[in-house]
Write a new protein. Structure first.
Length: 285
């Protein structure tokens, strides 16, 4: 009897000393803790979706590196140099083999006009501003919970309403929707500039003022969709980086860069944009 009581006391003591370990129990998280016993409140961290732009300038029979010191030729064989290209993507979604979609999980508050008042909207923060002035551009889009087999992605070239009419002065400093140099944010009537292209007509003078082409408005908003050559399993903790190959020669297809009517150039480039991007692969970063 004494032995039974002793075993009971030892067992009770061990149980009383045991403290469960809190940790992230979501296998999709980057900090998943297999040794944890209880889920911790709001402690899980998830992968970030990254975009890498590999840029080129490819004529039918010539491939050039995309550099600001490279001389390119337009449809009339006139030389010119690119100074800078910037563009917005938004409404980004990964496509899965089961027909589902994965969205960015981050949110942002924006303020838009509401008659004579202001309305605050809490929207998905899936906005990307690419600033192309080098051969490769790496960007972090936002947090995503990896799940399933990815077969491609879709996005919008530009920014749709109502976000397009946001009061930019109310956007947090440093965010891609906040005020940008070069008037990438017009006002709540005209909205954002979806793409801004700066190029030099004179390829020899160092102090030449660039021609600036702004693409904006409802007609310039374009849905883009991309298929992945080989589907990729988005495993737990997987930080996906999408490698996008961009042929900027396609933007200038049929364009006379010396044309005085920049409205015509704007329309031509806007129509050419859709076929310029290719999803090459998905890397783990």
């Amino acid at each position: 009897m004494i032995r039974v009581i002793s075993l009971f006391i030892i067992s009770f003591s061990l149980t009383a000393c045991y403290e469960p370990t809190e940790g992230c129990l979501d296998r999709r998280a980057t900090n998943f803790d297999i040794s944890a016993d209880e889920p911790c409140p709001d402690c899980c961290t998830y992968p970030t979706l990254k975009i890498r732009f590999d840029n080129k300038w490819q004529y039918p029979d010539t491939l050039l590196a995309f550099r600001t010191d490279t001389v390119f030729y337009d449809v009339l064989n006139q030389p010119f140099r690119i100074n800078r290209i910037r563009f917005y993507w938004s409404n980004f979604k990964l496509l899965l083999d089961n027909g589902g979609e994965l969205s960015i999980t981050d949110l942002i508050d924006i303020k838009i006009p509401d008659g004579t008042d202001t309305m605050t909207l809490n929207v998905i923060d899936h906005f990307l501003l690419a600033d192309i002035n080098s051969s490769t551009n790496n960007l972090t889009l936002g947090t995503i919970v990896p799940e399933g087999v990815m077969t491609g992605f879709k996005t919008d070239f530009g920014i749709a309403d109502p976000v397009n009419k946001a009061f930019i002065s109310e956007i947090p400093e440093g965010h891609v929707l906040s005020p940008q140099l070069g008037n990438l944010n017009y006002d709540t009537d005209l909205g954002y500039v979806f793409a801004q292209i700066e190029y030099f007509q004179d390829t020899t003078a160092a102090d030449t003022i660039p021609v600036i082409i702004n693409i904006f408005g409802a007609d310039a908003l374009k849905p883009l969709s991309f298929d992945l050559p080989t589907p990729v399993m988005l495993t737990e903790g997987f930080n996906p980086q999408l490698v996008i190959e961009t042929n900027f020669a396609h933007w200038f297809e049929g364009v006379n860069v010396r044309l005085g009517d920049t409205t015509t150039i704007q329309a031509q480039i806007s129509n050419n944009i859709e076929g310029s991007f290719v999803l090459k692969e998905v890397l783990s970063k």
